[in-house]
Structures are given as C-alpha cells and as structure tokens.
Unconditional design. Structure first.
Length: 359
C-alpha cells in the first residue's frame, strides 16, 4: 500500500507519496519566499500561502507518483498523513484539513503525525544511514524553531535529555546573520561568509560549556556579537574582512558548545551507538564535522540525513505514518483521528506507539 503525506507546520508546503517500504514515489517542497522582507516567518502569511498552494501541490505530487509507478491511482492509498503539530496553527489546520478530507473521501485512516517525531525518525528511512538506524539512538535536532537532544528509545518512546533555555540554534544563526547584514534565512549565508574569516579572530563566550547536562543557550552569544558591533566607531562601515571574522568566530563558538553538549548527552545515554543530527542547522559543514569527531571519540556512529530531508519535508511525515501503521499504532478505518485537533504545542514525550493512548 501507499501513503500520501502533507507537511505544513511552518513555512514549507510539502507533499509526498511513499510505498510501504519507504520508497519515495514522488515528493515536492515549496519554500515560502514571502517572509524574507520581514526577516522571519509571519504566521498569517504562512497560513494563506499554504491554503493557496497546497491543493495544487497535492494534485501534482499524486500525478507524479502515477508517472513513477505506472498504474498508481489515489485509490491505492492505504492512509493519508499530515503534521498536526507542533507548529503554526494556521498551516497545521490547512494541511490536516486537506489530509482528513482526502482520507475521508478514500475511506482510509488519517494519521496525525507529530512533526518532531517525523524529524526524529527520518534517519530510519531505508537506505539512508549506512548500517541502518536501529533504536536506540541519540538525536540532536537543530532547526529554526528547535534545539534539543532527544533519546530515541523506540517508536513512540522519546526522552528529552536537554534543550535550549532561550533561542533555537537556527534562530541564533539567523539573528547574528541579520546583525552582519546578511539576508534571511541567515544560516547558509553566514556559513559562506565564515569561510573567508578567522575563527580565532574574535573572542566570544561559550554559553553553558562544561555545565552538567545538555542544555543549550545562545542569547548571550548573540548579544556578544551585537555588543562587538555596537562598540565600533559609528562612522566606520563594517568591512568584509571583519564581518567574515565575526561570522567564523560565531560559528566556532556554536560548534564548541554543540560538541560539548552532545558529548554530555551521549554520556547520559550510554546505550546509544548512533548519533543522528537533523534540522536545517545540521546542514552546517563545520558543525557536522565537529559532531562526527565527538561521536567517533565516544565510539559511536554519526549520521546526518541529506539536507533536503533535514529541513521540513513530507517524506518524513509519510515515513512516520508508515512506522506507526507497521506497529499497529493507527486506528483502522475512518477513525476518531479525523476529529483530533491540530496542536501548536505537542511535546514528544506525549507520543505513544499504542492506539488509544494520548498523543
Ligand atoms: P522547525 O523545523 O524547527 O519548525 P524551521 O522550518 O525554521 O523550523 P528548518 O527549515 O529545519 O527549520 O531549518 C531552518 C534553519 O536552519 C534556519 O534558521 C537556517 O538559518 C538554519 N540553517 C540552514 N542552513 C544552515 C547552515 N548551513 N548553517 C547554519 N544554519 C543553517
Ligand atoms: Mg523552514
Ligand atoms: Fe521542522
């Protein structure tokens, strides 16, 4: 059987069709460009953009699935899934509304998917991680909205070992990029600029480094960059060299902190033999290589899904639904899940793999 999935929890509108083995028949992601001039995602604009683009995208992906797999028709779907939280309520309602309608019209189950669980399970897509991603493993989720270490003990069984006490990692990259006059989202631009700079040029703090546990903090680091810029002579424009040094020094500070926090998290989860990094910030090459080094020093494998599966996408939503269907964790028929509301907040700890339990 095939699964159709929708992702619309933030500023990506995405659809995918996977077969029951996790093979991708078709997928597409539309990244909303309209937020750049505001320097961040505007919820109301995001919701309207999902409403405008999702029906056509869904049609297109279903049509592409029929090309990839001649004979495929939507009636072959055994389930329809959508992210129903956590995220921006408008987009969640649009995506889960279309998903529920499609499920109802086909007479198949609607699978409400926790977006963070989807990030957490992506590494288990067949063929993605050499040697496979068996439970348990440690997940570092670092994106625009999240920064946490999660013990992935099994399907539906997650422990939050630690997380940010202020900004998310991507948020910190975006804010510092903005201070340096780079566009939004700032992470990729900051990484490019950092290539030209000296990571040891400007001393910056390493918040929480060496502290027990694996919490993160980034706001002091951002403030240090802001103060550094504020302390410059007002008549002197920031030259490229200095901006590059700041970018490189900031990135080095984040890498030091992240390596330290993840080392602690691995210490809190001695049973883990695999470290998985996910989320848009996991695209950063400096961070990736530091995380790989931390893992290998602890005798643990390291994996990071390809970028297109690190950032928001519908393949991970479909895959999560497949995992839950396989585990029998989805109510059959046209179930009560049709009435499950979208949840802007939905902590991963509230997930359970068994039907009928809260989640
Ligand atoms: P979430 O998934 O948490 O709901 P999101 O949609 O903002 O939120 P992603 O799309 O996974 O998250 O990631 C986007 C974030 O990743 C942005 O903050 C962006 O600046 C950051 N990012 C992307 N590429 C890089 C990079 N090469 N280096 C650092 N940060 C990056
Ligand atoms: Mg995004
Ligand atoms: Fe996400």
């Amino acid at each position: 059987g095939y699964v159709f999935a929708i992702e619309s929890s933030c500023d990506e509108t995405a659809c995918a069709v996977l077969d029951g083995n996790g093979r991708v028949l078709a997928e597409a992601v539309l990244s909303q460009a309209g937020h750049a001039e505001f320097g961040g995602v505007v919820p109301e604009i995001a919701a309207r953009a999902h409403l405008l683009h999702l029906p056509e995208l869904a049609r297109r992906v279903l049509a592409e699935a029929a090309i990839a797999e001649p004979g495929f028709v939507p009636a072959d779907l055994v389930a329809v899934a959508a992210s129903t939280g956590p995220g921006l309520i408008g987009g969640l309602i649009v995506g889960s509304g279309l998903g529920r309608g499609l499920a109802l019209s086909l007479g198949v189950p609607f699978v409400p998917v926790n977006h963070i669980e989807a990030h957490a399970l992506t590494a288990r897509l067949p063929g993605l991680v050499p040697g496979g991603a068996e439970f348990p493993y440690l997940l570092l989720l670092v994106s625009g909205g999240h920064c946490q270490c999660i013990a992935v003990d099994g399907l539906g069984s997650y422990r939050r070992l630690g997380g940010t006490i202020d900004d998310a990692a991507g948020e910190a990259f975006d804010k510092v990029a903005k201070l340096l006059g780079l566009g939004w989202p700032g992470g990729p631009a900051l990484e490019r600029l950092a290539l030209e700079g000296d990571p040891a040029a400007i001393p910056l703090p390493r918040p929480l480094l060496g502290r027990a546990g694996c919490d993160f903090s980034f706001s002091g680091l951002k403030t240090a960059v802001a103060q550094r810029l504020a302390g410059r002579p007002a008549d002197q424009a920031l030259d490229r060299r200095e901006a590059a040094d700041l970018a490189a020094s900031f990135q080095a500070a984040v890498a030091d902190v992240m390596a330290d926090r993840v080392r602690h998290a691995l210490g809190m989860m001695p049973e883990a033999t695999l470290l998985v990094a996910a989320g848009g910030v996991a695209a950063n090459a400096t961070l990736r290589s530091r995380l790989a080094a931390v893992a290998s020093a602890q005798g643990v494998r390291f994996a990071a899904p390809p970028l297109r599966l690190c950032t928001d996408n519908a393949v991970m939503v479909a895959w999560t639904a497949i995992e839950r269907l396989r585990a029998g964790a989805v109510e059959g028929g046209v179930s009560g899940d049709l009435l499950t509301p979208a949840r802007p907040r939905w902590p991963l700890q509230e997930m359970a793999a068994t039907p009928g339990s809260p989640g």
